[in-house]
Write a protein that binds this ligand. Structure first.
Ligand code: ADP
Ligand SMILES: O=c1ccn([C@@H]2O[C@H](COP(=O)(O)O)[C@@H](O)[C@H]2O)c(=O)[nH]1
Length: 214
């Protein structure tokens, strides 16, 4: 049977990964996760300083051809060797990760609904909605502690690219979502409803992607 593909989008720091982890633990062993971030383009031709100045919040920053090709293979029941991205180096690492096919495939990333070819492959589209001030506070903390950045660099990047690209690409893509979840994985009511819905689809009690009026 074709796996159920769940897309999880939302701004940086909104809580996408937290929601993804909640779903993975709710459907233990039955979920494959594909992070759009792992498909940032390889930029070996640039120096580290040049890579620091790139715009990582526009759709062109990603190798969407590779993502859709690998996603289709996963949906078709094949394992994939997914690239692994190194945020500290602003480049794709040499390592890959084996992802086995599962009944549920989660695709997560800030811009997945801004890309028709990814959006159209998602049976359930979730958008995690969190206020911008909360997101930037979380991002400063995470980027300094986990991604090797200074507070000054996070501030500069946020004002130069992250915020304008969020307003141009991420926020409008919210319209394509089936469900908007305030605060993502911290929203226990939404999580509970979502888990029940996914379970019913796995049980075959619902059409794969039912639409109003259909
Ligand atoms: N509902 C929440 N309440 C408090 N902190 C949260 C909540 N959701 C996520 N966080 C924290 O915010 C940070 C960013 O969350 P994460 O899920 O990684 O966001 P994203 O994947 O959208 O960038 C993490 O440190 C996470 O623990
Ligand atoms: O080299 C890079 C690649 C990406 N980023 C930033 O990452 C976020 C997306 O990750 P979230 O986990 O959704 O926050 C995006 O806003 C990019 O700006 C980076 O800083 N450097």
């Amino acid at each position: 049977m074709k796996p159920l593909v769940i897309g999880i989008a939302g701004g940086t720091g909104s809580g996408k990964t937290t929601l993804t982890r909640e779903l993975v633990s709710s459907f233990d062993g039955r979920v494959a996760v594909v992070y759009h971030d792992n498909y940032y383009r390889r930029r070996d031709e640039l120096t580290y300083a040049e890579r620091c100045d790139l715009n990582y919040d526009a759709p062109e920053a990603f190798d969407n051809g590779l993502l859709t090709e690998q996603l289709d293979r996963l949906i078709g029941g094949e394992a994939i060797e997914c690239p692994i991205y190194d945020y500290s180096d602003h480049n794709r690492s040499e390592r890959t990760e084996l992802i086995e096919p599962q009944p549920i495939v989660i695709v997560e990333g800030i811009l997945i609904f801004a890309e028709e070819e990814i959006c159209s492959r998602c049976d359930i589209k979730l958008f995690v909605d969190t206020d911008a001030d909360v997101r930037i506070l979380r991002r400063i903390k995470r980027d300094v502690l986990e991604r090797g950045r200074s507070v000054e660099s996070v501030e500069a990047q946020y004002l130069q690219t992250v915020k304008p690209m969020h307003e141009l690409h991420v926020e409008p893509s919210k319209r394509r979502a089936d469900l908007i979840i305030p605060e993502g994985g911290g929203n226990l009511v939404a999580l509970d409803m979502l888990v029940h819905r996914v379970q019913r689809q796995l049980d075959g009690a619902l059409d794969p992607a039912p639409r109003a009026g259909s």
